[in-house]
Design a binder for this molecule. Sequence first.
Ligand SMILES: NC(=O)c1ccc[n+]([C@@H]2O[C@H](COP(=O)([O-])OP(=O)(O)OC[C@H]3O[C@@H](n4cnc5c(N)ncnc54)[C@H](O)[C@@H]3O)[C@@H](O)[C@H]2O)c1
Length: 260
Amino acid sequence: MARFEGMTAIVTGAAAGIGGAIAMQLAAEGSTVFAADIDGSALQHDAPGIINHVCDMTDRQQVEAMVERMVADHGRIDHLFNNAGFGNLEETPDIQDENWEKVFKINVTAVMYAARAAIPHMRRQGGGTITNTASISGVAGDYGHTAYNASKGAVIQYTRTMAIDHAIDNIRVNAFCPGLILGTRLTGMMTPEVQAMWREIIPMGRGGTADEMAKVALFLASDAASYMTGSIVIADGGITAHTGQPNLVKFVKELMAKHG
Ligand SMILES: NC(=O)c1ccc[n+]([C@@H]2O[C@H](COP(=O)([O-])OP(=O)(O)OC[C@H]3O[C@@H](n4cnc5c(N)ncnc54)[C@H](O)[C@@H]3O)[C@@H](O)[C@H]2O)c1
């Protein structure tokens, strides 16, 4: 099934991780893809349909030039995947202005730069989709994730605003919220102990994969989601389905096994 045959897409943060998987799945389904990333040395896609494009998404001129290039070379922009992003750990008294601004610039402002450049073309051509990679960190708090939580919450709200503003233009705007995704740079930095702590809080008992996230992203951009806009889709193995209460059933069972 080639859901994206003859279409064009821009995927940001596409050198690796979730963005890399989105770019590869789109190309495998027939799309021409600009795989955009700031890290030119890591941007090494070698698949038919993928055009590696070095772009700093926090630089307005570079973003606008990329969108114009796609339209000049390929006539249209059907799908925009705003995926580039990162966070850091700082409790409020320790926040450094430059770190806060850096996180907001890539997680929120870059989304606006790309959407602002793409929407007039989508309008002109009769529609399109924008799919934002948010996070479960945008729907609940995490210890010490101050700027990241605030920025991912912002991109969720921004997704809803764009969705209602541009429904009339046949532009659907959705976001998805990964939980812990393995095989990305984030997990590369995790010790086995930290990964074990994560597994403990994931009801499905495992992290997700970039490929699983890409399937969610492609679904949201595909015609199968034709009546979805402003949707925030959680894909986290059940983490946010949990109130955070301790597992008392497990505790009681362990107690009974110990004491009979
Ligand atoms: N990995 C996870 O567990 C997880 C969980 C929830 C949400 N997310 C979100 O998913 C998205 C992708 O995360 P990932 O884990 O695949 O990350 P990753 O670090 O593996 O990939 C992110 C890519 O973005 C690129 N990038 C960074 N700054 C950029 C800039 N200014 N311009 C262009 N590209 C830039 C990086 O070079 C990198 O290739 C991010 O928005 C992240 O917040 C990830």
